[in-house]
Design a protein around this ligand. Structure first.
Ligand code: PLP
Length: 428
């Protein structure tokens, strides 16, 4: 049998990395087959070890909103690294980065830089608990907030129940203060507040749920969360690891006009480097060590090379407000085309889109909840995924991930995606 280079290296990888990968979804378990090992990216394209070219609609899961190997970002990185890779001491770039984030994002006065979205959320939760003196957190089924213990809680449909760990190795103790409500269902949140009077420190939400595909907030949902939090003296945390600097420059707070108390960032904020951040009002951030008693630290946090990449990308986004309109229009165009193709080929499909996030579900249901996302025909998704890959279109290897539209996608790229989808849907 003639193995491709990706298949050969995957065989080796499996000896040294669990399932051959450093993050589970990359292993292609949901769709089968061997993932292409990527060697290079430029603009909207990536290439694998076997010289296959793909138009990339993942963009490293969102961070590369300007596309791959964007010259000014690469230059900022290479200029900065000439002076050294890390000091574990203050550098001016961190201050510039913090000032930039605070000037862009509504309702935050201060930030703390960390190294991933997981870390940002984990720290934001600790801050919420420390500042309120309360223990319980409400999250939503189907929302992903990184892999810290207290956030790995039954993301299934066991709403309104006490937290059940979602992963082996998470103790009942670590999970029991995490309560699960239903996304887009304010009553489920109200019930939890009523059952846990004065015990809820915070509600954490992905303002657009983008880890169960793409589920936008229903009219009034985010506003309702704001109100419930205010009525119950709880903090509202927007996990903007995906939506930040994507829906709009100022993220979901700007896009939907709803204020959050704590905001978490990752992905885009690092321009492709491992960066996260959380921010809040001065009053809340004064709880963070060494000013206050909520401890949080990081040897490589604020790393100058990572700051240089993220800062440059943010500056470019800030200088080009038209990018957001363009991304939104491209995403709308794709969503409409997918809908038309599915009708044409008699494929049952519902396409959700919000800003530069798109997700086709293989179901006739209106996908506004976690339970509706679970109705999608996953066998059909598998065929769709592999068909697209064969047509040189790289999308996330799971139904429950978004398609990330970015600045680098040209008209030709978008048309290539749409015609590939049309052909593939015709074969399902
Ligand atoms: C990706 C993601 C995280 C986790 O970020 P990592 O950098 O992978 O640790 C947290 N929250 C949301 C909404 C995410 O999409």
């Amino acid at each position: 049998m003639n193995l491709s280079k990706s298949e050969k290296i995957m065989e080796k990888a499996k000896n040294f990395l669990p399932a051959g990968v450093n993050s589970p979804v990359r292993a292609f378990r949901a769709v089968g087959g061997t993932p292409p090992f990527i060697v290079k990216g430029k603009g909207s394209k990536i290439w694998d070890l076997d010289y296959n070219q793909y138009i990339d609609f993942v963009g490293s899961w969102g961070p590369l909103i300007l596309g791959h190997s964007y010259e000014p970002v690469l230059k900022a990185v290479s200029d900065t690294m000439q002076y050294g890779l890390s000091f574990g001491a203050p550098t001016a770039l961190e201050v510039e980065m913090a000032e930039k984030i605070v000037s862009i994002v509504p309702n935050i006065d201060m930030v703390r830089m960390v190294n991933s979205g997981t870390e940002a959320v984990m720290s934001a939760i600790r801050l919420a608990r420390g500042a309120t003196g309360k223990a319980k957190i409400i999250k939503f089924a189907g929302c992903y907030h990184g892999h810290s213990d207290s956030m790995l809680v039954n993301a299934g449909s066991g709403a309104l129940t006490q937290g059940e760990p979602d992963s082996a190795g998470v103790t009942k103790g670590a999970a029991e203060d995490t309560l699960t409500a239903e996304y887009n269902d304010l009553d489920s949140v109200r019930k939890l507040f009523d059952l846990n009077t004065n015990e809820i420190a915070a509600v954490i939400v992905e303002p657009v749920a983008a880890n169960m595909g793409v589920v936008p907030p229903a009219d009034g949902f985010l506003e309702g969360l704001r109100k419930l939090c205010d009525e119950n003296n709880a903090l509202l945390i927007f996990d903007e690891v995906i939506t930040g600097f994507r829906l709009a420059l100022g993220g979901a707070q700007e896009f939907f006009g709803v204020r959050a108390d704590i905001v978490t960032f990752g992905k885009i904020i690092g321009g492709g480097m491992p960066v996260g951040a959380y921010g809040a009002s001065k009053e809340l951030m004064q709880n963070i060590a060494p000013l206050g008693s909520v401890y949080q630290a990081g040897t490589l946090s604020g790393n100058p090379v990572a700051m240089a990449a993220g800062l440059k990308q943010l500056e470019i986004l800030e200088q080009n407000p038209q990018y957001y309109t363009e991304i939104n229009e491209k995403a709308k165009f794709i969503a409409n085309n997918l809908r038309e193709s599915s009708k044409k080929h008699d494929i049952v499909m519902t396409v959700n889109q919000c800003g530069g996030l798109v997700c086709p579900y293989f179901t006739s249901e209106n996908v506004t909840s976690f339970s509706a996302t679970q109705k999608s025909n996953l066998e059909q998704f598998k065929c769709y995924f592999h068909g697209m890959l064969e047509h040189g279109i790289y999308i996330a290897p799971s139904q429950f991930e978004a398609m990330f539209i970015n600045v680098s996608h040209s008209k030709d790229d978008i048309n290539a995606l749409c015609s590939a989808a049309d052909e593939v849907l015709g074969t399902l």
